[in-house]
Design a binder for this molecule. Sequence first.
Ligand code: PLP
Length: 380
Amino acid sequence: MTATDPRTLLAQALHYTDPATGAVTPPIHMASTYARDAEYGLVAGASYSRADNPTYLAVERVIRELDQAAESLVLSSGMAAIACVLETVPTGKRVAAPSVLYHGTMEFLQGLSIHRGVGLDFFEAGDQASLEAAITPGETDLVWIEPIVNPTWAVIDIAQAAEAAHAAGAHLAVDATCTPALTTRPLELGADIAVQSATKYLGGHSDVVAGALSTADAAGPRWTRAKRLRSLAGGVLGPMEAWLLLRGMRTLALRWERACDNALALARHFEGHAALDGVLYPGLQSHPGHAVAARQMTAGFGGMLSLMVKGDFAAAQAVATRTKLILPATSLGGVESLIEHRKAIEPPDSPVPDNLLRLSIGIEAVEDLIADLEQALGLR
Ligand code: PLP
């Protein structure tokens, strides 16, 4: 019997047992190369660890099942995964992407435009007409979205984006880092490729940098090229990291549930707060993308939200220096809550507002997190 509920799938990691010893967790294969058998064949498929490593197999199988994908790959970081997909866009073709999105992706796209002659068209996240206007049939090769856009959390309808991309002969790639497949499955909604920084929710403990790719079409030329690029550019995950990633993923369902509950309670508490101009969280009914999020995020709105502090750049940054429990650090999706003044680390031309504080809500007691933010906002 195979688990159909992703919570069971994750906890049991497909009930892996090592055939050699019966161990219930996979061995870590540190080898860089593999000896051949008497017929000069490969013993278990792997020949050299820049192409493949047996430690990947267990984690890639779980990600594939979770994403309901034809094939999944792990890579050395989320950016390695993003790069392998974006590098498949031919010179002279175009990419359509939201004007606000993860800044690493934005910088990579800008590099493709400057150095490789790939055209870029930006659209307003959450505005389908704007997305459609950014796509040119025959010229747009790839539409890139984040279902909730980092760090404003505007919501993009994946199914509508897929329809628009496919109607123009383009593919849709979805960076699902902040919406793991427990809540949203991009491939089921029509996306061609799902990308994740596994450093975040999948790993979940801020102790591993990793990336993942899943495809609906394992035989298609884009996937074949992206897969080859992992090996040619050397974007492979270390075996120790692959093991840590699988270990982290086994508690993803519990961590996700708690982070979603905490973030919703916190967002509700701070909505309308006197020291704030607003709370950006797709789980709030007041959020402009709430209806799409409610349809698309079937098991919680996630742990990411942003607070718009009343005041300027300095006022927002001061709040991020005053929290005592919530760590002022970048990244997201870990068990511990983090706060970040995004504008301080974005490039100078970034459209992210000066007064935006991004929070990654963890699994702590939410009362502690609320009290900490209250004192940091200066009202306690
Ligand atoms: N995508 C999103 C939405 C992110 O937030 C990040 C990192 O913060 C990445 C991709 C890049 O992932 P990594 O840091 O694992 O390379």
